[in-house]
Design a protein around this ligand. Sequence first.
Ligand code: ADP
Length: 447
Amino acid sequence: MYSKILIANRGEIAVRIIRACREMGIKTVAVYSTVDRESLHVGLADETICIGPAAASESYLKIPAIISAAEVSGADAIHPGYGFLSEDSAFAEKCVASNIDFIGPKHSIIKMMGDKIGGRQAAQNAGVPTIPGTKGALNNKREALEASEKIGFPLIIKAKAGGGGKGMRVVYSKSNFLKSFDLAKLEGEAAFGNGDVFIEKYLQNPRHIEVQVLGDKFNNYIHLGERDCSLQRRHQKIIEESPASNLPDKVREKMWSASIRLIQDIGYDSAGTIEFLVDDQYNFYFIEMNTRLQVEHPITEIITGIDLVKEQIKISAGEKLGITQQDVNFNNHAIECRINAESPTNFMPSPGKIIRYREPGGFGVRVDSGVYQGYDVVPYYDSLLAKLICFGKDRNEARIRMLRALDEYQIDGIETIIPLQYRILSSLYYEEGKIHTGLVESLLKEI
Ligand code: ADP
């Protein structure tokens, strides 16, 4: 087992990883940018190293600075968390070349799955259904136009290297297609340094349901059930739950076994997530695989009792999975709200000082937070402050507890999306489990 891990991240996820390391008796090294000097993760780690100025490209994304911080501190492994370098195969490769373990899958798998076209291909090879679409990147307008006619409208143009809800364009009619195609290529180039795009059929108001998987280096593969992450704004999740409600068990089980088939096929050796869209006939289609810890992993931990960060670390250190599929039991129902420092109406970031902070608590409530009273929320990184996770013996108890906890959560000085989440969870649509990826937008219109 490792004796020291460097956490190449910040905020709540860095705190989450430090906590797991503490419980495992592993020393931790926090890295931070100059504006994060007063961050919670810096205060909690055993050692701290400043790696550069505020801009992520000069600090949390700066591979040489992070590798040398690991070398100087004598860390045996780097945990990348999510975002930043977590899906950068060149970083994973550099870690290995520097004799430092990267806590995640093999870099060849990160590379294959980080490319949405490569991911689709891998899913198809494993017999996992994908959304009807083009096989590879589209080379020119003529090819694109032909493909669009074959697939039909509405369709979605996706950047091969896209992520985080960015690099996608929905096109409703042929007349807008070529213009959107050009724009999507330009956007892909500007945001991800790669202008390759492909197209998929655009499903109307599907559900986003994903399966959590674990694989080790000894060909053991298990799943930890699914999460419904349909509540999104601008393709980014804001409320998640596990298990998915209103999903026939037969479909659920098929999604689990498709996920296992895929990770077996590629020899996956870490924690990962297979994302699917599900239509109103319960057909499910692979959209992508995330080869890292997911923001919403706590709801899976709650219903399975399995600590995903510890499992990731143990697998990376070369231990065999200590759990078989038969050992995994699902209990209770869990919901997570992402507490983002954003306006609840127009989602503009809301940085600033938190002048008063009181977290909810009590039975069935977990808060994974990266902030505290007096903390200055900086504008340089994503707006996630904390995650509020509640569970109950069934969905409605979890929902009511979440409403109670949201009500109790006091964050003054900045705006958060708590009022919107309260509104969604108290709607009849949510209560009856009638959720889909278009629900948040339509509720916003109603408001
Ligand atoms: P990212 O990697 O940017 O997170 P994803 O491929 O995971 O992108 O998609 C994010 C969200 O975008 C999905 O959860 C869904 O709401 C929407 N989406 C993506 N592809 C489609 C599609 N073909 N039809 C309808 N919605 C889609």
